[in-house]
Structures are given as C-alpha cells and as structure tokens.
Design a protein around this ligand. Structure first.
Ligand SMILES: [Zn+2]
Ligand SMILES: [Zn+2]
Length: 319
C-alpha cells in the first residue's frame, strides 16, 4: 500500500478514535467532576502533543536513527522483512511493550530517572490527553528504542505508521476518564481501570501498574494493583504529593534543578514570564465571555515546596 494512502487511513482512524473517546468520557466518566478544559489541558495539547511531538519526531528520526542506520544497517540480514506485516507489527508491539514495562518500572525506582517521569504523573485531572505529558528525555529514550529496531532491521514501511497509531490509541484509552469493565480481558489488555490507579497518589501504586498495552506484564511480575474500586476524588488523591510547576519550560527546568516557583516571583523577569500564560488564558476566556475582566494577581511569597517533596521523592525511589 502506498505510504500516503496508509497515512490517510491511520489519521482518519485516529481522528475517529479521539471523537469516540471524548464522547465516551462525557457519557460514562470514571470521575464525574472532570471538566473538558481541565487544569493543564492547553499545556498538554499545545506544548506536549503538538510542538514537542513535532520537533522530537525530527530529532529522533533524522538526527538519531538516520545517522545510526548509516553505520548499522541490518536490513540485508532480513531478520523480519520476510514476515507478513501483521506479524512484524505484533512482534515489535510485544517486544517494545516489555521494554516499556521494565523501563517504566526502573523510572519509579531510580531517583535520577524519576525526574524524567514525574511530569507524566503531575496532572491531577487525568483524561485522554494526559498521556501526552511526557518529559523530553523520556520520549527521546523510549521512541528511539521503539523505532530504531524497526528501521535498522528493515521492517516493512507500513510498520511505523501502524505502530504509531496503536501507541496513540492505547495512550488515549488507558488515560481516558471512562468507566470500563474489561472482565477477564483485563488480565491481558491494559485499561483505565488499572492505569488511572497508576496516576493516583497512593503509596500502594507507587510501584504498581507499570504496563502500557498488555497488562499481563503486571500480573506476570506481580506488580498489579486492582482493588476493584476507584481512588478518591479529591485533588490530593491524584498526581504528585508535592507542588509541581504548571508551565512546560518550568516543568523541564524543575527536573534538572528543584526550585521554589513562588519564591522566584521576587525577580521581575520571572514574574513577567510566570504570569504570561495565565494572563493569556484569562484574555482568551474574557474574549469567549467566560471570565470577568478584572485580572486576579497570584498570591506572592508563600512557600509552596514543603519538606513533603523530598519525602515523597524518597518514597518513589525507595519504597
Ligand atoms: Zn509511572
Ligand atoms: Zn500514564
């Protein structure tokens, strides 16, 4: 099949899937109180889903995998190229899913790598879009390891768009705010029932439910946590147990050096930058007639990073 036609098909399926999941979240929500434009919606959509994905795709394919391929091109060995396309997709799906399980588990147990993953856990309102929030380093590592073997081993050109489509569909599904009972299938296929617990702020799940597509990894390696009821619905029941920046660039800066966001407001340049995004959003809301014109100044000077951050970080690393 010509690549262009395949891309049209995968894009159409993806758009239909997004519409389906959004409708499903409205009709049968897991947490009833979540608004569509929830906290961090625009950061996840504009920065993580559109801008970051666009630039990292170029970086990973053109500046990492392509130079590696010019030195190590094993396609002539025909490891996988003589298999039917669906077998190739299944093979890479299965092997990469095991890798993701192991690396994800490692990120939760290593203090350094936890900083490349905490962004993914920072949202307190988890929905279909929340899965897109992944630190730059995490995406570079995971997608290079995902797509390099497909290219280096000379898999069919259809494998990458099909696999990327499945990644996006699964990513949206497991984070979707939908009530779904999978029955016995939950031991095989991952679902919001298990993954939403992974985003909850409970010590029981700091080291549980690492699977992405196949939940059997968690059952096989005894890391599944499935109490049969949802977590609490309070903000403290979700996301991180410590304060975390809301801005895309500050989130990445925070992974390198911890800082007190509110404390930095004493610097004029930081205050200007810090208020840029909320002011812009406020203006859009005013334009849409959703907010009063009077600007609200953020509270200054209150310490927002209590000791609990270190304690929580320790808990993630050592529990
Ligand atoms: Zn995690
Ligand atoms: Zn997740």
């Amino acid at each position: 099949m010509p690549q262009e036609k395949l891309l049209t098909i995968t894009t159409t399926i993806l758009v239909c899937w997004v519409i389906f999941i959004i409708a499903w979240e409205r009709i049968n929500p897991y947490r009833k109180s979540l608004p569509f434009f929830r906290e961090g919606f625009w950061v996840d959509l504009v920065w993580y889903t559109i801008i970051q994905s666009y630039f990292l795709k170029i970086l990973i394919f053109d500046y990492i995998i392509a130079p590696v391929k010019s030195h190590f091109d094993w396609s002539s060995f025909q490891f996988v190229s003589h298999w039917p396309v669906w077998v190739q997709v299944a093979f890479f799906l299965f092997t990469h899913d095991l890798y993701i399980y192991l690396f994800h588990r490692f990120q939760h147990s290593n203090k350094f790598f936890w900083r490349t993953h905490e962004a993914h856990h920072s949202g307190k309102e988890v929905d279909f879009l929340a899965g897109s929030r992944s630190h730059i380093a995490e995406i570079i590592i995971n997608q290079t390891i995902e797509f390099a073997p497909i290219i280096l081993l000379g898999a069919a050109p259809e494998v990458i768009p099909i696999k990327a489509l499945l990644d996006a569909m699964f990513g949206m599904f497991i984070h979707a705010n939908v009530k779904v009972k999978m029955g016995k299938l939950k031991y095989f296929i991952n679902s919001p029932e298990l993954h939403l617990w992974h985003h909850a702020n409970y010590i029981e799940v700091f080291h549980a439910n690492f699977s992405t597509k196949f939940s059997f990894w968690d059952h096989l390696f005894k890391t599944a946590y499935d109490p049969g009821h949802p977590p609490g619905n309070l903000p403290e029941n979700w996301g991180l147990g410590y304060e975390y920046p809301k801005d895309y660039f500050l989130q990445h800066a925070f992974s390198v050096k911890r800082f007190d966001e509110k404390g930095l407001l004493k610097y004029k340049w930081f205050e200007r930058y810090y208020n840029l995004r909320p002011n812009l959003l406020k203006r859009i809301e005013v334009m849409l007639g959703k907010a009063p014109r009077k600007a609200q100044k953020p509270a200054k000077g209150s310490p927002v990073y209590p000791l609990v951050m270190e304690e929580q970080e320790e808990k993630y690393a050592n529990t």
